[in-house]
Design a protein around this ligand. Structure first.
Ligand SMILES: O=C(O)[C@H]1O[C@H](OP(=O)(O)OP(=O)(O)OC[C@H]2O[C@@H](n3ccc(=O)[nH]c3=O)[C@H](O)[C@@H]2O)[C@H](O)[C@@H](O)[C@@H]1O
Length: 351
């Protein structure tokens, strides 16, 4: 074999040998020339590019791995309408100022909350959510006691109209959406509810009287104090949850049927606080409903709900909460003031 190769090389003549050598030399010069013609800057750039390439390579690898990983819950925006899941299995629509001085302060806002706000909530139809509207005893002052069959009697141009007419139209909207669009609605007509964590400047009678009694100020009774109310502790929330989860789509009263005159109520709070405050009679509030007591037979029968916390126990809890808040506020040098309702004309008197 070796002999054969030597024989082949020796067989090439000198001319061919020279030609091969020249070609090899040209090729060598061409490659070296290209390299040496590159500027130092270009060589530097090449090196940086190479370094970037090296750093990015593992990241590219990682992205390829992640792309193979199938997500259980991909972002909602990438899903088709049919596959999108909703969190709102239920909506509690409780928004609205509730204290008369508050809702009368900005009647337009009160109306907007109860009308436009309720319409917005009724977009529940888009997601198939069930909507519970917090309505009010204010839809029916006039007959006594109030059961759900009574349709109410309100003054559409009075100072309370922004609230009670607002709530009435909110109920109307709910039932229109129920009939036309199939929205599931629940309507709770809530009667005078109070409790710990209510705002001290709320302006309703419970917070006003407790605050006045604790601060040694006169308890302000509007009118003669012979008007009545029935007060419910905030454990009423259990009634809302039961109603939401029931199949009752017609309105249901939630409240405590234990009825007191406002004067009796002022005396009760004075004694629970052990306060030396006087009772002061101010002019009657305009359009003030004179008698109110819920008929809660429907809630008892259909929801198995009735008030659990007795009035005095609920008041004691609230008094305790308010006195702690007052201590806290005193440290911050802030003195809360009870808010006054809109009055008929007249002079204050004391008993
Ligand atoms: O909870 C209800 O069923 C409804 O009734 C309340 O209205 P109202 O009962 O007039 O609430 P308060 O402001 O607490 O007044 C109760 C009674 O106490 C009187 N009052 C109020 C405050 C006060 O300092 N002194 C006083 O004598 C009022 O004139 C009224 O007769 C509110 O309108 C709503 O929050 C609610 O929907």
């Amino acid at each position: 074999m070796m002999k054969r190769i030597i024989w082949m090389i020796s067989g090439l003549n000198r001319r061919i040998m020279k030609l091969l050598f020249a070609l090899a030399l040209i090729a060598y010069i061409a490659v070296w020339g290209t390299y040496t013609n590159m500027s130092i800057q270009e060589i530097g750039e090449m090196k940086i590019e190479q370094q970037i390439e090296d750093a990015v390579a593992p990241l590219k690898e990682k992205i390829r791995d992640l792309e193979q990983f199938s997500q259980k819950y991909p972002p909602v925006k990438f899903l088709s309408e049919k596959d999108r899941k909703r969190i709102l299995d239920q909506i509690y629509h409780l928004a609205s100022p509730a204290s008369p001085p508050n809702y009368m302060y900005n009647p337009i806002k009160t109306l907007k909350t109860n009308t436009i706000g309720t319409l917005n909530m009724l977009l529940a139809k888009r997601v198939g959510a069930r909507l519970l509207l917090a309505s009010t005893s204010e839809v029916y002052p006039e007959v006594h006691p109030q059961n759900e069959e009574y349709w109410g009697h309100v003054n559409p141009i009075g100072p309370r109209a922004c609230y009670d007419e607002g709530k009435r139209v909110a109920e109307t909207m709910c039932y229109a959406y129920m009939k036309q669009e199939g929205v599931e609605v629940r309507v709770a007509r809530i009667f005078n509810t109070f409790g710990s964590r209510m705002h001290m400047n709320d302006g309703r009678v419970v917070s006003n009287f407790i605050l006045q009694a604790l601060q040694g100020e006169p308890l302000t009774v509007y009118g003669t104090g012979s008007q009545t109310r029935a007060f419910q502790y905030v454990d009423l929330v259990n009634g809302l949850v039961l109603l939401m989860n029931s199949n009752i789509s017609s309105p249901v009263n939630l409240g405590n049927p234990e009825e007191h005159t406002i004067f009796e109520f002022a005396r009760l709070i004075k004694s629970l606080v052990v306060s030396r405050s006087q009772i002061q009679f101010l002019p009657e509030a305009q359009d003030d409903p004179q008698r109110r007591r819920p008929d809660i037979r429907k809630a008892k029968m259909m929801l198995g709900w009735e008030p659990v916390v007795p009035l005095e126990e609920g008041l004691n809890k609230t008094i305790h909460y308010f006195s702690r808040e007052l201590e806290h506020q005193a440290n911050n040098q802030y003195i809360p003031k009870p808010k006054a309702a809109r009055m008929k004309k007249g002079r204050p008197r004391h008993n």
